[in-house]
Design a protein around this ligand. Sequence first.
Ligand SMILES: [Zn+2]
Length: 96
Amino acid sequence: MTEKQQLQKDRAYFKFVLVGLPKPIQKRSLTPTEIKLWDNIMEARLVLLNSIDETSRQLGLKVPENRCYLCGKEGTEAFENGSLGTIFTCKKHSIE
Ligand SMILES: [Zn+2]
């Protein structure tokens, strides 16, 4: 695996961890300080998630602008879907 592939893999895993961070927690069991700190974590998580793809591009990695709604690969074809808005599919999952 090249250095770039490793970077891509590590950053993809980091994003996976970030996405999965929120778990059902019982805030009533936390002190106000703990709640405040937890809220800070969630806020920082959003900042990271909103910037991670752009940062990956700046690091020279290829990040698809759109992803197939079925498999997550690069989405090349756009479709209008009433309630979902615009969705994308890869070539394999193209809706013809
Ligand atoms: Zn697909």
